[in-house]
Design a protein around this ligand. Structure first.
Ligand code: ZN
Ligand code: ZN
Length: 49
């Protein structure tokens, strides 16, 4: 089992491994913004519309 956790962005359901807090630069840029959807373009997020 690897160390996998959820992206630190509230609305993002992507998983992050290692010491990264966010799955993408997009999530890190939007960390203080509660958008309707995550804009990271990852399939985990775009599929849950
Ligand atoms: Zn995401
Ligand atoms: Zn994310």
């Amino acid at each position: 089992m690897s160390d996998v956790k959820k992206c630190a962005h509230e609305l993002c359901s992507c998983t992050v491994s290692g010491k990264d807090k966010y799955c993408s630069q997009s999530c890190e840029d939007n960390k203080g913004i509660t958008q309707l959807t995550c804009d990271c373009k990852h399939p985990e997020c775009s599929s849950k519309l």
